[in-house]
Design a protein around this ligand. Sequence first.
Ligand code: SME
Length: 157
Amino acid sequence: MSENLVIKGDSKQELYDCLLPQIEALVADEQDMIANMANIAACLKATFDFWWVGFYRVAGDELVLGPFQGPLACTRIKKGRGVCGTAWQKAETVVVENVDDFPGHIACSSRSKSEIVVPVIRNGTVIAVLDIDSERLCAFDDVDKNCLEQLVSVDFI
Ligand code: SME
């Protein structure tokens, strides 16, 4: 797939606009959630200068590490803990401009400076979160929030 990914655009919005239909096409014929999460993480990492991109899946009262691209990460996060557990508990996207200012932030990598976590919601229930870290401060804004919320609503599960 990666050699077939065509990424064009000058702005972040244009890159997302280019990427989204390609992700929709990529997952359309695949029913396996893990396979789709793996390719979505790869597509995002290939398109943007993100430091870490991946999914955590809800398993009981914890999030468990799923497919990701980037350095190794913590495997389990309790509900309400860290940025991921907060996004799960609130069932809403959390944007963190500076991870040092987020109480309880779980530092998997000292190089991560800002973060966005988008819940994957099906039938009113959070079943996973998409977590993205950047080495830059304030890397995420409403463009990322809106486009990534649209992305996780794609039928990939
Ligand atoms: N920083 C996250 C933990 C996951 S890593 O960033 C991959 C958090 O605070 O929940």
